[in-house]
Ligand binder design. Structure first.
Ligand SMILES: [Zn+2]
Length: 341
């Protein structure tokens, strides 16, 4: 069965009116024992730049936030962001700033951040203050740090913002780690990257898909990405027909399994299937833990090269040897236990 009943985004069609380039500064508990798990990082500053669809700056937003949870500045925060508690005492609280910010964002936009942290920490703060959630499922956004790497470097490296500013030879005023200037630098970098690289959209999974129907299957240019709903445990995830399928990323039809899912570390599973029309497909399935301890699956499928096929064969053999060694150890252990009792 092709995966057609699932929510499928063709990423090239993500065409928003505005880009909201967002940067947050936050504080944390000075004492680990006093950390509030509901809000590990409390937002102190929101900075943002609005770009239109031609990536021209049309507006900026900057506001301090009066802290309500951690009233002492963590020494690392102090060092990095150069903000003092006194500067924040007259600021509005998070719910007020947030309302103002959302109004400023407008209707049709995509969030853009440097790295993967901001949207997650933002949603912790939103939930802590019992405000309406940003979304009830994963949020598509542009990780400009990733896009920079994809277009200018190897696609894997993750650089500091200042490195990218220097790399792109942008003018800088040496103010980093302040929300307004970091948002501005990030916006400047984004505006100089190609439109094509923006198809490599990221997904924040603070809220995972709530049921099978809202699971994500995203079609990229050379691969597909699937994000499952939550499962009680790994066994349930691995026996789910959608989560454990190995479908061709182009036509979404089931492939003929050549190497079934195997693992060398119990977290990443690899597999190889062949689509009758599009050839060999390389699958990678990652087992991830949600905040509440349940399990979800992130799976990517792309075309397999000859090298991939050979590599997978070697690794699968290794996994089989590893598994049989473990089974033998387990049997010996059982036997010695039986003898002792
Ligand atoms: Zn196919």
């Amino acid at each position: 069965m092709p995966h057609t009943d699932l929510y499928c985004i063709i990423v090239f069609m993500i065409n928003k009116k505005n880009y909201i380039v967002l940067d947050l500064e936050w504080n944390q508990s000075s004492e680990k024992a006093e950390e509030n798990a509901e809000i590990p990082f409390e937002i102190l500053e929101i900075g943002a730049v609005k770009l239109n669809d031609r990536k021209e700056i049309v507006d900026t937003f900057m506001s301090y936030v009066k802290p309500q949870v951690y009233l002492k500045m963590h020494h690392m925060t102090q060092k990095v962001i150069h903000l003092k508690m006194e500067e924040l005492k007259d600021a509005d609280t998070f719910p007020i700033v947030w309302e103002r910010f959302l109004k400023w964002c407008g209707e049709d936009y995509i969030f853009c951040t440097w790295g993967t942290l901001d949207l997650t920490e933002l949603q912790y703060n939103i939930r802590y203050h019992k405000l309406p959630p940003l979304s009830d499922g994963p949020i598509a956004y542009l990780d400009v740090q990733k896009l920079f790497s994809l277009e200018k470097e190897d696609g894997k490296s993750r650089r500091a913002l200042e490195y990218a500013v220097d790399f792109m030879k942008l003018e800088k005023d040496d103010r980093f780690h302040r929300a307004d200037s970091d948002a501005y630098y990030t916006a400047e970098i984004l505006s100089k990257l190609s439109k094509a690289v923006e198809s490599r959209v990221s997904f924040d999974v603070f809220h995972l898909p709530k049921d099978r129907k809202s699971e994500l299957l995203v079609q990229f240019d050379t691969y597909s990405k699937y994000i499952s709903r939550k499962f009680p445990d790994k066994a349930a995830a691995l026996s789910d027909p959608d989560a454990s399928s190995l479908r061709c990323y182009i036509c979404k039809r089931n492939t003929k399994k050549k190497i079934g899912w195997f693992t060398l570390n119990n977290k990443h599973y690899l597999g190889l299937g062949v689509c009758a029309e599009h050839g060999p497909m390389h699958g990678k399935l990652r087992i991830k833990k949600a905040e509440d301890g349940s399990i979800y699956v992130v799976k990517t499928i792309r075309r397999a090269t000859k090298e991939d096929e050979n590599g997978l064969k070697t690794r699968e053999k290794k996994a089989r040897i590893q598994a049989s060694k473990l089974a033998k150890m387990f049997r010996n252990h059982k036997r010695s236990e039986t003898k002792r009792s």
